[in-house]
Design a binder for this molecule. Structure first.
Ligand SMILES: [Zn+2]
Length: 305
């Protein structure tokens, strides 16, 4: 699939329903097309409160990424954001009637299927990117992330768990929609069996089951099958794609992560945006037939509101 040159939204609205992983409450989500390139925005329909999907609005990072606006939570948004960014649908109004998005099967695949059913539509103008100009790093307790210049979006992720059945997993790929669909979208969220009691005691994972998560015991997963041998690191990459949406635009850069998670993903996004010399706006253009190139624009522009 070619990379989009124009900003993209959906052809028509589509609704997805399910229960949240942590709160186990029902939630209905409607993905609504927009007619201008406004970025990704959430609206809580009962209150009318809206929030852009941006790092400065993140309010909670305990095992999921949650936006908070005027006391309203938009929880566990990363799998939907991942599906949208993976398919280059970067302009949409996401309406929700609850405070935690449905977990569905624990991967981004059901969201991808909804997006494909609705169809992708082009908006006028050129697609805009945040192009990384020089490396930015964040580090915390042996976890590390770095973003550096690259012509496209390339991800390199490594995890290392003491639990033998997960162990060390490492993967690297340059992202495009076809690779996203094939390599990342089906990878399900996961946890260790030994952590379930503690999570439940904290009020988390109340809706978790083998239907929506891979649960690793010491000698292997409790689920009958894995979708990939290294499904865990692929899910971390899926989460990363979703959290990178919080930049407010697609990124052109190489993003490396070691033993990271939502908190460090968001810390990297904030560190990048906080340094105006580390990035610039770039626009998709066509200088050679069939291959998009990305030309840097002079000067830093504010993040779109
Ligand atoms: Zn996840």
């Amino acid at each position: 699939m070619p990379r989009a040159l124009q900003p993209q939204t959906l052809q028509r609205a589509i609704t997805v329903e399910g229960r949240g992983l942590h709160g186990n409450r029902p939630c209905r989500v409607t993905l609504r097309p927009v007619d201008q390139p406004t970025g990704l925005r959430f609206r809580h329909t009962p209150s009318g409160i809206e929030v852009p999907a941006r790092a400065d609005r993140v309010g909670d990072l305990s095992l999921a990424t949650t936006l908070v606006q005027d006391g309203i939570r938009f929880g566990t948004i990363e799998h939907l954001l991942s599906a949208l960014m993976g398919l280059e649908v970067e302009h949409l109004l996401i309406e929700t009637d609850g405070e935690e998005l449905p977990i569905l099967d624990g991967s981004a695949r059901p969201w991808v299927e909804a997006i494909q059913r609705a169809g992708i539509a082009q908006l006028p103008g050129r697609r805009r990117f945040i192009k990384v100009l020089r490396p930015v790093e964040v580090e915390a307790k042996g976890k590390r992330m770095r973003v550096s210049p690259y012509d496209g979006l390339r991800l390199r992720y490594t995890i290392a768990f003491d639990l033998k059945s997960i162990g060390r997993q490492s993967r690297e790929l340059s992202l495009d929609p076809a690779k996203y669909l094939r390599e990342l979208a089906p990878a399900r969220t996961f946890c260790m069996e030994q952590d379930i009691t503690a999570m439940r005691a904290m009020g988390l994972a109340q809706g978790g089951s083998l239907e929506n998560a891979v649960v690793y015991a010491a000698d292997g997963p409790l689920n009958d099958t894995l979708r990939y041998e290294d499904e865990a690191v692929r899910h971390k990459m899926l989460d990363l794609v979703g959290d990178l949406a919080l930049v407010g635009a697609p990124i052109l850069g190489l993003v490396e992560a070691e033993a990271a998670g939502h908190a460090l993903h968001v810390a990297l996004v904030k560190a990048l945006l906080a340094d105006p010399t580390a990035w610039t706006w770039a626009e998709a253009g066509v200088e050679r037939p069939r291959r998009p190139v990305f030309a840097g624009l002079s000067g830093a522009h504010p993040i779109p509101a």
